[in-house]
Design a protein around this ligand. Structure first.
Ligand code: GDP
Length: 303
């Protein structure tokens, strides 16, 4: 239900246009395909994915000798899911350590994309699964970032390990690991600074944080989650590329999917970056974070 509501904007614009197209054309022909292709591109599905989809559609239409456009939406959905799930494993679950061992999750992303909010929501989600969660205020760069994380910590009921603004993020995270271990916590979620203006600094900082974490816990961080803002469309893809070069991103959280009519970006991200989208943000509240499910997503678009 949440999923459906969160996709309302995309559905209203994209789906109604597809439905119009289907009603207008009635017959499947080259012009129909071309207009459909245009609609998919407008929804930010991404060039490669659109081309792959069009090939599959043409093939299916020929194979099944489909003449009418009626019901073609179902075939589009089916093929989109097929493309999304092809090749790689569709891992949306977090890489959690066995009971009694600390799982470390590192969050990266540019300021303003919804990183802090997502950390709060994920902490809430894990807590409601019975896990104890500690937060590390590793964004010591942006004014207000530490306080903002503390607000979420209070809201969700998690301890926040922090130092003063401007202190070394690696030191904060080192402290946080020690604190989380001491308290026997299940999960430590670490915030980091999102200053993309200086790629070299960003890389250095993330490298150092990474090094500190894996020195304390050999396989950690167990997840490096990149928060991307769905409303920034293709820009999100550019950001992702930069972070991919700076650190070993294991999953993406696509935020503000409720705020865009171009929800097709999910498909583009997966297809282009080969990093699984693990969660999507569908609102500003604590429980507006959902695990990503390709089937529910695609069928939700046409529901
Ligand atoms: P940060 O700078 O990356 O830490 O971003 P914040 O967590 O401060 O979020 C920036 C703004 O985006 C805030 O106003 C959030 O409430 C809002 N936000 C975050 N996630 C979502 C989402 O999934 N949907 C919507 N509609 N707003 C969101």
């Amino acid at each position: 239900q949440k999923f459906k509501m969160g996709l309302a904007k995309t559905r209203d614009s994209f789906t109604s246009k597809v439905n119009d197209l289907v009603a207008r054309y009635r017959k499947v022909d080259e012009d129909f395909f071309e207009e459909l292709e245009e609609l998919l591109l407008q929804a930010d599905v991404g060039f490669e994915t659109v081309m792959e989809l069009m090939d599959k559609l043409r093939f299916e239409v020929q194979r099944k000798n489909i003449k009418d456009t009626e019901g073609i939406q179902a075939i589009i959905s089916e093929k989109l899911v097929e493309i999304y799930e092809a090749g790689e494993e569709n891992i949306t679950e977090l890489n959690m350590q066995p009971n009694g061992e600390l799982t470390v999750i590192l969050f990266v992303g540019v300021n303003g994309v919804g990183k802090t909010t997502t950390i709060g929501k994920l902490a809430h989600r894990l807590k409601s699964e019975g896990k104890s969660v500690v937060l590390a205020a590793g964004d010591t760069f942006r004014a207000g970032a530490i306080d903002q994380l503390q607000v979420w910590g209070d809201r969700v009921g998690c301890e926040v390990i922090k130092q003063s603004e401007g202190s070394d993020p690696a030191a904060v995270i080192y402290d946080a690991i020690a604190a989380a271990k001491k308290r026997g916590a299940d999960v430590l979620i670490c915030d980091t600074a999102g200053r993309l203006q200086n790629k070299v600094n960003l890389m250095k900082e993330l490298e150092k944080v990474h090094r500190v974490i894996s020195r304390e816990i050999p396989d950690a961080p167990h997840e490096v989650l990149l928060a991307l803002d769905a409303t920034t469309g293709q820009n999100a893809l550019v950001q992702a590329q930069t972070f991919k070069e700076a650190t070993n991103v294991t999953g993406i959280v696509l935020t503000k999917l409720d705020g865009t009519a171009k929800g097709g970006i999910v498909l583009a991200i997966r297809n282009k970056l080969h990093i699984p989208v693990k969660f999507v943000g569908l609102g500003e509240k604590m429980d507006d974070l959902q695990p990503f499910d390709a089937e529910r997503y695609v069928y939700g678009l046409f529901a």
